[in-house]
Design a protein around this ligand. Structure first.
Ligand code: SF4
Length: 179
């Protein structure tokens, strides 16, 4: 398993709820996850961070396996009302910021990384998809679901929490790692 010096200390400064280094050997990938994107998400087919812009499912899976490990983690945010979708979605931006900062730390440690995170990309006011290439491929984080990754399966295997209840919201990222 890969060892990242100082990772515990770096992560401790953020509201990271739990994290694990996982092997990508048995990464749970299921076409049904992308089916849900297609059927239920209004962002499907509107950004380079979503299917089908991210590529075919088997290409995505092969790509993930070029990274032997991943840092899988959740951050926690408090909201006043978990039923208020706007309030809940607003907490996603701080998760993305934390993800970027952890990613920057990992690259400073000499690791090659690729970030999969939440929902779809909001960096540009209007996405370049599909007519022009992504304007910020180095900043853009495709969502875990766009790669067909079944986050609840990882959570269960790793004995992590998927939901906390009350007014707490958990967001998940997977930063793929290779030396
Ligand atoms: S960075 Fe801009 S062009 Fe790239 S996926 Fe995000 S919104 Fe689209």
């Amino acid at each position: 398993m890969i060892d990242v010096p100082g990772l515990d200390e770096h992560i401790a400064q953020f509201p990271v709820y739990e994290y694990r280094i996982i092997s990508t050997d048995a990464l749970p990938v299921d076409a049904k996850v992308r089916m849900v994107c297609q059927q239920e998400c209004e962002r499907y087919g509107t950004t380079w961070a979503c299917p089908p812009g991210v590529g075919e499912l088997d290409e995505c899976e092969r790509f993930c396996h070029t990274y032997p490990w991943g840092l899988f983690f959740s951050t926690v945010a408090e909201v006043r009302d978990v039923m208020d979708m706007d309030e809940m979605l607003a907490t996603r931006f701080s998760h993305e910021e934390i993800t970027s900062q952890i990613d920057a730390y990992l690259t400073q440690q000499g690791l090659d990384t690729f970030v999969l995170s939440t929902e779809s990309c909001d960096i540009c006011e209007e996405c370049a998809y599909p007519d022009e290439p992504c304007r910020f491929p180095e900043k853009m984080h495709p969502c875990l679901e766009s790669y067909g990754i079944v986050a609840p399966t990882i959570v269960e295997r790793e004995e992590m929490e998927y939901m906390l209840g009350g007014n707490a919201v958990l967001w998940f990222s997977l930063i793929l790692l290779r030396k």
